[in-house]
Design a protein around this ligand. Structure first.
Ligand SMILES: Cc1ncc(COP(=O)(O)O)c(C=O)c1O
Length: 396
């Protein structure tokens, strides 16, 4: 009897980025390292947009189906951050979610402590609450580009503090906030914590229970591989019904199809932080993007990106440039910022070399993601070498 053939070993999955890079056509024509602005377009998200148009053709005005899609988005995001669906509002932006939240908080005579690493929209929304009696207190960094020290938060947070507003990763220097440290300080004084996770979601695993934050706002445009127009606000279950947003709309109602103009009866869930018609096209794209990111793996992406950014930082050191972002893995996200004497000229110079990056605040921003390769980083470094005159020297 012939011996049965030995089973062939299953092929090992390719490491990142090789197993997925082909799904992002932008890499056929350029080196894309600008995910802090917008993630690259995938085949899945393109197909989702096409699906939206096909459904429009074939189904007309499928409101019931759209509601299913909205619930799909809610469930997908809840799964991504370890929340339950009744704790998630489907919004159109971080700004929309945070504005709805702010509108429902009684801030008269209370303080909101805001880190100086926030995206402008966050600072602006909290300052708008001054008209409603809030006092806004800022927490500054001790050194540019370093995480804001906890002592600075400790000095600002007190018994009058209603809420502490922090960003996970700063959009202009890449510093990762000591979220656990801030949450602990806030808890000591009975203050709530809002986390803006836009520069972290999709590139760092996030779990709202482990983070122990009360609110988390983000969108899908960047590392979640979706497009503009879809955001989420997580609200801790026990807090939802104690907050009555006045920035509202029919999609925040207990029964949106009741069409009742005679009262305000918000949903008993976090849907009460929603407003008008959901961003349906962006929901199609966002669900596809989030699913793709889950399939790729956020934890593996984090390890992969730290490897790429280590390589970038070492290369910039070799060029005697100045990296503004903290070097420790625990203190940085995917974004690495490099000081420039003329950041706009540097971005234009990179573009001339086929590399798309961005800048803020005098710094070049390089933000690799799951699809970037060591070759992309080397291309950036080669371009920086050619444009060395635009780098601030490391010891300057
Ligand atoms: C950290 C952070 N928060 C908020 C935003 C903007 O949010 P939205 O436009 O969805 O209100 C951005 C966009 O770049 C961001 O990087």
């Amino acid at each position: 009897m012939a011996a049965s053939p030995l089973p062939l070993p299953l092929p090992l999955p390719l490491p990142l980025p090789d197993r997925i890079r082909g799904r992002f056509p932008i890499f056929d024509s350029k080196v894309y390292v600008n995910s802090c602005s917008q993630g690259a377009l995938s085949d899945a998200v393109r197909a989702a947009y096409e699906g939206y148009l096909t459904d429009w053709d074939e189904r007309g005005a499928p409101w019931g189906y759209w509601m299913e899609k909205q619930e799909e988005a809610r469930a997908s995001f809840a799964g991504l951050v370890g929340a339950t669906t009744d704790e998630v509002a489907v919004t159109t932006s971080v700004s929309a979610g945070v504005s709805a939240l702010a509108s429902g908080l009684d801030l008269r005579g209370r303080k909101v402590v805001v880190s100086n690493y926030e995206f402008p929209t966050i600072g602006q929304i909290w300052h708008a609450q001054e008209a409603r009696g809030a006092e806004i207190v800022h927490v500054a960094a001790a050194e540019p580009g370093r995480p804001i020290p906890l002592e600075r938060f400790a000095e600002a947070i007190d018994e009058r503090t209603a809420l502490v507003s922090i960003t996970a990763v700063c959009y202009r220097n890449g510093a990762l906030t000591d979220i656990a440290g801030v949450v602990e300080l806030a808890r000591e004084h009975g203050a709530l914590v809002l986390l803006d996770a836009y520069q972290a979601a999709g590139t760092i695993p996030l779990d709202v229970r482990a983070l122990d934050v009360d609110f988390l706002a983000t969108g899908v445009l960047k590392y979640l591989l979706g497009s503009a127009g879809l955001g989420f606000l997580y609200v801790r279950r026990g807090l939802v019904e104690s907050i009555l947003p006045t920035d509202t709309g029919w999609f925040a109602d207990r029964d949106i199809f009741e069409m009742d103009i005679f009262d305000y009866s918000p949903a008993p869930t976090a849907a009460r932080f929603q407003s008008g018609t959901p961003p349906i096209p962006s929901i199609y794209a966002g669900v596809a993007g989030m699913e793709l990111m889950q399939e790729i793996g956020i934890a593996e992406t984090r390890t992969h990106v730290l490897g790429l950014t280590d390589r970038l930082i070492a290369g910039v050191d070799e060029l005697d440039g100045r990296v503004v972002t903290p070097r420790e893995h625990a203190s940085r996200g995917a974004l690495v910022c490099i000081a420039s004497t003329d950041d706009h000229a540097l971005v234009a110079g990179l573009a001339a070399d086929g590399i798309e990056a961005s800048c803020r605040d005098g710094n070049l921003r390089i933000s690799p993601h799951c699809y970037n390769s060591a070759g992309d980083i080397d291309a950036v470094l080669a371009s920086l070498r050619r444009q060395r005159a635009l780098l601030v020297r490391g010891d300057a």
